[in-house]
Design a protein around this ligand. Structure first.
Ligand code: PMP
Length: 384
């Protein structure tokens, strides 16, 4: 069988301005990057606290590589669970105020493994319609009755929960929505879930490190206990600047995941040096409150500037600041015009976001300066 049909599908994607292309990064993750041989000022990384390239984290990584080698070597349940993995799990539990935590190799796998360890076809899963793809895939794969509720809408959630007869009900939401930047109304979601005897799982990929007094994310931001958010997932590849993910919760939850989460059981552990680097990163996330303050002040500066330019922003208090464009071609041409001016900002198009809502996804980092944000605003003023 030939690949002609696939080639035609790719051509159709190109014709619809939906073709995705990779760019080769030739520098560390930092505001000033080199991409395909050219220097740019970048506003599209998830390195929200500016830790991906931090000397203390690099040094912890190198030292652990010297002591423990490079590869994890085996799965956690065979002999791939090193002292650094174990210590990081304990430190993440303490950080999030949960009894225990478990590491996964990345967020996608944490979501797939967790939802599938908790639910099967006797159960029901309720997801915000703007949840991250990994959460939607996780719910679909579980075989549980899959229902999406309107974005951040507790009435829509309550209506669906009220009708369920399932053995178990799990409400799943992003903490901070990855393409819109808004924060889920967790106190209300937890209340509705509690009234209907459902569990709540929060994917805090974009909140952990950034929100809350100590950076413990949206659960800390809203002061929600383990009883209110029994399944708390966070990723390490964004604000932490390393790689991987974790789930924090009760003893029973974590033991259940160790026994049943297939993406935990049947995969090699993350390199121990990544766990060691993340331990160094966690110390900085907790100690360096100034990074969250700097980020907040840049967010406010950017929003004020966009307002003056008449650009259409979402109602986002987080480092994810999408500029709504609507049309995919226009978003692509603006992204290209910004590149001409030395600014690297990605256009996000359907199907990643709903049709007609293409956008420039600007993300800010504590490692940006005010002058860099002003340069971005200046360039946006010229291409809008
Ligand atoms: N959840 C959300 C909300 C995300 O934005 C992402 C990554 N973009 C993930 C999960 C997946 O995490 P990872 O990159 O560690 O696989």
């Amino acid at each position: 069988m030939s690949f002609d049909q696939l080639a035609a599908e790719l051509d159709a994607r190109k014709a619809a301005s939906l073709y995705r292309e990779r760019k080769v990064l030739q520098s560390p993750q930092q505001p000033e990057v080199v991409v395909d041989g050219k220097a740019y000022l970048a506003f599209c990384s998830n390195d929200y606290l500016g830790l991906a390239n931090h000397p203390a984290i690099i040094s912890a990584f190198k030292q652990a590589a010297d002591e423990y080698g490079v590869g994890g070597g085996a799965s956690h349940l065979v002999n791939g669970h090193s002292v650094h993995h174990h210590a990081l799990e304990e430190e993440l539990a303490e950080f999030t105020g949960r009894p225990r935590a478990i590491l996964f190799s990345n967020g996608y796998m944490a979501n797939l493994g967790t939802v599938n360890a908790l639910l099967d076809k006797q159960d029901a899963v309720f997801e915000d319609r703007l949840n991250h793809a990994s959460l939607l895939d996780a719910g679909l794969l579980s075989g549980a009755r899959f229902q999406r509720y309107l974005h951040n809408d507790t009435a829509s959630l309550a209506q669906r929960l009220g009708k369920t007869q399932a053995r178990r009900a799990l409400v799943v939401t992003d903490g901070v929505f990855s393409m819109d930047g808004d924060i889920a109304d967790l106190p209300a979601i937890c209340e509705v879930a509690h009234q209907h005897n459902a569990w709540v799982m929060v994917d805090d990929a974009h909140g952990i490190g950034c929100l809350g007094k100590t950076g413990a994310g949206c659960a800390e931001h809203f002061n929600l206990s383990e009883q209110q958010v029994p399944v708390l997932m966070g990723t390490l590849g964004k604000a932490f600047g390393t790689s991987g993910a974790f789930v924090a919760g009760s003893e029973v939850l974590i033991e259940t995941l160790i026994q049943h989460a297939r993406t935990y059981i049947y995969t090699t552990s993350m390199p121990p040096a990544v766990a060691a680097a993340t331990r160094a990163s966690l110390k900085l996330v907790q100690a360096e409150q100034w990074r969250r303050e700097q980020l907040q002040s840049l967010i406010e500066r950017f929003r004020r500037g966009c307002e003056q330019l008449g650009l259409d922003l979402m109602d986002s208090p987080t480092p994810i600041q999408p500029i709504m464009i609507g049309d995919s071609d226009k978003a692509m041409s603006m992204s290209a015009a910004l590149r001409e001016k030395g600014m690297f900002i990605t256009a996000i198009r359907p199907p990643t976001v709903p049709s007609g809502s293409a956008r420039l996804r600007v993300t800010l980092s504590a490692s940006h300066t005010e002058a860099q944000v002003d340069r971005l605003l200046d360039a946006l003023g010229q291409v809008k």
